[in-house]
Write a protein that binds this ligand. Structure first.
Ligand SMILES: [Zn+2]
Length: 71
């Protein structure tokens, strides 16, 4: 279990795969996939980026959106 702060507890941390795009800001692949209140979020351990996609709440749809870019 990971506790980032007193309000947020995450049971298990899973990271994006080697085939997935890295963080668009810092290039790190230490980006975890976390579901909060039914919404899939991408959280970068390196720079603190948090990204989710409106209308792409499921993990499958969110990962597809995460990878749909050039960089
Ligand atoms: Zn980053």
């Amino acid at each position: 279990m990971v506790r980032r702060n007193e309000n947020e507890v995450v049971d298990a941390v899973r990271y994006i795969g080697t085939e997935d795009k890295p963080c668009p800001f810092c290039g790190s692949k230490q980006v975890s996939i976390e579901e909060w209140m039914g919404i899939t979020n991408f959280v970068c351990d390196e720079c603190g980026l948090i990204v989710s996609f409106i209308g792409k709440e499921s993990e499958e749809a969110a990962i597809e959106s995460w990878n749909r870019r050039e960089l």
